[in-house]
Ligand binder design. Structure first.
Ligand code: PEP
Ligand code: MG
Length: 858
């Protein structure tokens, strides 16, 4: 023990004025009688408050048995920052036993105080103390759990040191040593598999109970998370267990070796079953801690629209009545010219808005400009002025209402959502006419905007510093407002009406995750904290992914997956390369045809495609021929009206009927492909004859170009989009005809599950990981591989990390997605093994719904 003289010396030092004494500290004594022979823990900190908080956290994991003392803070009431060697020595003595004491310190000078304190311990006790360079918070928790489970001092110190592993793994920074310590798996005598059914997974407290139970047996026990391909980790290590990220629905494998192996497994399985029965959640709430959290039950989630987590109070903007002046037109000609001037002003504003959003989204505002030029609107308004003597604002207001109403009665959901675009454009004109149109979104505080639906123009007014996120009661993923929210990076969910109820007061605290659609009303502080952690992790993952976006995407067991970009505009090619695209998996040529009065001529298409060719160099570029129809109507083609445009004369069906449109496009593609690595893909092919006829057209165009001495690429690989179930069932007949296949999961899903891809009421049938769709993909990849042909997926599923794993497991060779998603998907691929993706995909084929697949894969 400490020599008396030394104690006196140190006590005297601690009485000196602060300037002369570099440490003043405090030891919190423990009156509790600790079990003998348990490693003790001492927390040395400059801050008393910090040490108390950490002590509380440790106690929550270990219970009262752990010999634990703190030595922290300076000054009489310990409120100053500092440490005191006397109190450190006293704290060590208070928890000393034959098992030894582990000391954790918060900063460098605490180490000096501790060294000083230890010098005055007698040799025997000094040899029982380990000072550990572990992180203060994580280390204390890890050490406490292992100590209370009966771990020896070296084991306790090792766990404390490795306690950052989970965090480091999340951030992609795990150290070799930490990783290897948790992967040193024993060859197990026995193992069992068990699924955890606990809303928060094997989170801290149940994990601590699991560790304690594992440590109570004479057996080496390891755990693997089969669902997430993590582990093995020692079951006696709280941090190892945490690194496995065992969440609700995950399957764990528990393996044991040693004399008590069977007993250990039985006991641990029983423990997990007790968690599954709600035992762990009960302990989580703690005494009197009835969590106010109202989590949307699984399956009741809103529609995820734009990723990111928002936590804040909701504000519903006050709706300002549109007051249209009711005076008659004194002079119809004056009113007509006022209207024209107002339309021009509104168009100028739209041009300005278009300039500040990404190219692909600017088209929304361009489309609104076209709406304002449309004679169906302006002509109607002018007639109201002439014939009914209305003033400009009243006439235009009525014309807009009539046109929007027509849209609202269309069969197609996507088209119905365009009504909001028309009203939005109309409001700008009314404002230019001096009407208080009340469309400005006013948020009194930084908060979460709650609206019934949002118009694109309102999105452009969103101040990202004041609006933390957007919830729409109605709406879906495909509205133009949703597209803009994603482009702006504003977290958002839609279709939340049922979850919110009708009378949620302004200012209610809510939280949501725009990636999963989860919504919490009045989350408690603990939940809010967890969500902030989740957000920080999401951000850190994005930053890490971006750092390696130019590297190849190779799975842990060496399988390379090509990651390519989907483009709609030639100008996006530069961005795609910058994001790490290895080529273009889908160039949607129809965007060259939208928002105009006549189709683009061959030369115009050639110029656009040459931009892509130049930018992509020798990278592969897949040009999809015109996919018009469905939700991409080209009025100037004069097609007859269809009741079900998605099941109508779309894509290749249209092109084969309109050679005057198809041939110039094929000529442009072949000409632009000179010196480039182009391939051609035909959309929505349903039977082999369509491909044969399309290839015949291509050969004819090639012959024509040859006879005209016009340079062009030849031969050129030709493939098909697989979007129609019939193509899958006839895949063997397509094998000899197509050079490659690209699965359009957006359309394939809507056709397999008979669910309009734009209808917000059917999210569970719009998910491409539905086993019915996965089985189709399986059939395609098996067939294609038998003939050595490549399969790409270019639907939205390719950019979804969960779906991407399944697609890889099913044997898809290439994934193509919107450019901003490329870094994340590449990182996802690097984090998985092909073998495990295969296992996951195989299991998923036997589930009955997309929800079950996601629960197993998440
Ligand atoms: C698809 O259907 O998955 C696809 C990529 O085509 P689009 O979304 O353009 O219809
Ligand atoms: Mg499609």
């Amino acid at each position: 023990m400490l020599a008396k003289a030394a104690v006196l010396y140190l006590r005297a030092m601690s009485q000196l004025p602060r300037e002369l004494c570099w440490v003043r500290s405090h030891s919190l004594d423990n009156t509790y009688s600790y079990p003998k022979n348990m490693v003790g823990l001492v927390l040395v900190s400059h801050s008393h408050a910090l040490a108390l908080a950490v002590q509380e956290l440790v106690r929550a994991m270990t219970g009262p048995d752990l010999p634990l003392a703190i030595a922290a803070g300076a000054g009489d009431d310990h409120s100053d920052l500092g440490t005191n060697a006397v109190e450190i020595m006293e704290a060590v003595s208070a928890v000393m036993s034959d098992a030894g004491v582990l000391v954790l310190m918060d900063m460098g000078s605490a180490l000096l105080s501790t060294d000083t304190a230890l010098e005055f311990l007698d040799e025997q006790d000094r040899n029982r103390v380990r000072c550990c360079a572990a992180p203060f918070v994580e280390g204390a928790i890890a050490a406490g759990v292992v100590a209370v489970a009966g771990g020896e001092i070296d084991e306790v110190a090792r766990e404390a040191k490795n306690s950052l592993y989970q965090k480091a793994q999340h951030l992609g920074e795990e150290s070799e040593s930490a990783a290897s310590s948790s992967t040193a798996a024993a060859i197990a005598d026995h193992s069992v598999r068990v699924i955890i059914r606990e809303p928060h997974g094997l989170h801290a407290r149940p994990a601590a109970r699991f560790v304690r139970d594992a440590a109570s047996h004479k057996a080496d026990v390891t755990v693997r998370n089969l669902t997430r391909e993590r582990g093995p980790a020692s079951a006696k290590s709280i941090t190892g267990l945490a690194s496995l990220e065992i969440l609700d629905g995950d399957e764990m494998e528990i393996s044991a070796t040693g004399p008590d192996a069977e007993k250990a497994l039985g006991s641990l399985v029983a423990l997990v079953e007790s968690f599954n029965a709600g035992d762990a959640s009960a302990s989580e709430k703690g005494p009197g801690g009835a969590a106010e959290l109202a989590a949307a039950a699984p399956g009741d989630r809103a529609i995820p629209v734009s990723p990111g987590i928002a936590i804040g109070r909701i504000f519903e903007p006050v709706h300002v009545e549109i007051r249209i002046p009711d005076s008659d037109a004194t002079n119809p000609f004056t009113e007509q010219s006022r209207l024209r001037a107002a339309i021009q002003t509104a168009q100028a504003a739209l041009t300005q808005d278009a300039a500040v959003v990404p190219a692909a989204e600017a088209e929304i505002f361009d489309a609104q400009k076209l709406v304002l030029e449309d004679p169906a609107l302006t002509g109607t308004a002018e007639n109201f002025i002439q014939l009914e003597n209305l003033n400009a604002a009243a006439a235009f207001y009525r014309a807009v209402a009539a046109v929007a109403d027509n849209y609202r009665h269309l069969a197609d959901e996507y088209q119905r959502q365009r009504a909001a675009d028309i009203e939005d454009a109309g409001l700008r004109v009314l404002q230019a006419l001096g009407v208080d149109a009340g469309s400005r979104v006013h948020i009194p505080d930084p908060g979460i905007l709650l609206v019934h639906d949002l118009k694109p123009g309102e999105v452009s007014q969103i101040d990202k510093n004041r609006i933390l996120g957007v919830i729409t009661r109605a709406g879906g993923r495909t509205s133009h407002a949703a597209i803009l929210l994603r482009a702006l990076g504003v977290p958002s969910i839609a279709g939340a009406d049922d979850l919110l109820g009708a009378n949620l007061p302004n200012g209610t605290a809510v939280a949501f995750d725009g990636e999963t659609g989860e919504l919490w009303i009045r989350p408690d502080a603990e939940m809010a904290e967890k969500l902030r952690d989740r957000l920080a992790q999401q951000r850190a993952r994005t930053v890490a992914a971006e750092a390696s976006r130019h590297a190849a995407a190779v799975t842990r067991d060496g399988k390379t997956i090509a990651v390519l970009a989907n483009l709609g505009d030639p100008a996006e090619a530069v961005h795609a390369v910058a994001q790490g695209a290895e080529g273009v998996g889908l160039f949607r040529t129809e965007f060259l045809f939208l928002n105009r009065q006549t189709p683009p001529q061959e030369e115009e298409q050639l110029a656009a495609l040459q931009i892509v060719a130049r930018t992509m160099g020798q990278r592969p570029v897949t040009i999809r021929t015109l996919d018009a129809g469905g939700d991409k109507e080209l009025p100037y083609l004069g097609a007859s009206r269809e009741d079900n445009p998605f099941l109508g004369v779309r894509a290749i069906r249209l092109c084969l009927r309109r050679p005057e449109i198809f041939r110039p496009q094929l000529r442009a593609i072949l000409r632009a492909g000179v010196g480039a690595n182009f391939r051609i893909m035909f959309p929505m092919v349903a039977e082999p004859s369509e491909l044969i006829v399309a290839q015949g057209e291509l050969t004819r165009v090639h012959d024509e170009l040859t006879s005209q001495n016009i340079p062009h690429i030849w031969p050129i690989p030709t493939g098909i989009m697989i979007e129609v179930p019939s193509t899958v069932t006839l895949i063997d007949q397509f094998l000899p005809l197509a050079d490659f296949f690209s699965i359009g999961t957006n359309d394939l899903t809507q056709y397999v599950l008979a669910a309009d891809r734009g209808n917000p009421a059917l999210p569970q049938f719009q998910d491409a990981v539905h086993p019915a769709v996965l089985r189709m993909i399986d059939e395609i990849t098996v067939a294609a591989a038998s003939k050595g042909k490549h399969v790409c997926v270019c639907g939205e599923a390719a950019g979804d990390p969960v779906a991407a794993k399944l697609l890889i497991g099913l044997g898809v060779n290439e994934l193509s997605m919107t450019s901003p998603l490329i870094p994340t998907i590449k990182a996802t691929i690097r984090g998985v093994s092909y073998l495990n993706c295969q296992t996951l995909a195989e299991r998923s084929l036997d589930f009955g719904s997309a929800g079950e697949v996601r629960r197993a894969a998440n």
